[in-house]
Design a protein around this ligand. Sequence first.
Ligand code: CP
Length: 310
Amino acid sequence: MSLSQLSTKHLLGIKYITKEDIELILKTATEFKEVINRPIKKVPSLRDVTIANVFFENSTRTRISFELAEKRLSADTINFSASSSSVSKGETLLDTVNNILAMKVDMIVMRHPAPGAHHFLAKRIDANIVNAGDGTHEHPTQALLDAYSMQEKLGTLENKNVVIIGDILHSRVALSNIFCLQKLGANVMVCGPATLIPRHIASLGVKVEHNVRKALEWCDVANVLRIQLERQDMRYIPSLREYALYFGINKTLLDSLNKEIVIMHPGPINRGVEITSDVADSGQSIILDQVENGVAVRMAVLYLLAGRVG
Ligand code: CP
């Protein structure tokens, strides 16, 4: 595989990488997707690299996907959960990470509830840092795997219409997707109740729509987001039942459109709230393709960042 360089040694967010970086990651992911579909799903590319997966927040998909990506690349991996660590004894983030790095770890994949935690670390440590989600800020590898999955389905994102529906206010997936889709030439709309749409989001160059039917009539792809129950520190919606009624994506609504659109969801799904099972599990849905592609995309990110040490 030819080694081309990213413009950065960290993946802190999609905002901070170029269109060329994104295209290089997606192109490299295609090569790794071929690898993980072989009978022997492993290459020696990162044989001498040690990666720590440092998770201060719960995760199913991202954590397993990174760990598998690392194993498929033959990296050595260690997994760290804040809940079972000395963080509960008061150790700081920087001390925790510096102690992990002292054991000759080369790369940190981190999920943290504080927006900007990765930027804080990037100024203070030498190892490569990959943002696996920082609070309500960015989730860059999710946006990259979403873009990869959309391209796989549509060929190109140039001039395609993508609506992100749901809890935009609390979503790191939304912000990373907006940056990524715009860099790849797509038109982006956000849709949801006014209380769950950030007030100044139109300044990012996205359309804002509060009527789900109109949003679906406009789009080629609908990326449906979870209502983040754990981040609802006040009542943004009267009830989940009302949210499902006015903003939920169901089969009756999709069947009433005069076209077929691609349905996506980053997971985890609240079935029957933002999306019904007959849509999530339908032929229109590429939700499990997103998960499959996540491993190849994360292999590409780790491989390319490892080539950018120093
Ligand atoms: N999509 C996503 O980030 O899922 P997890 O929280 O399970 O990692």
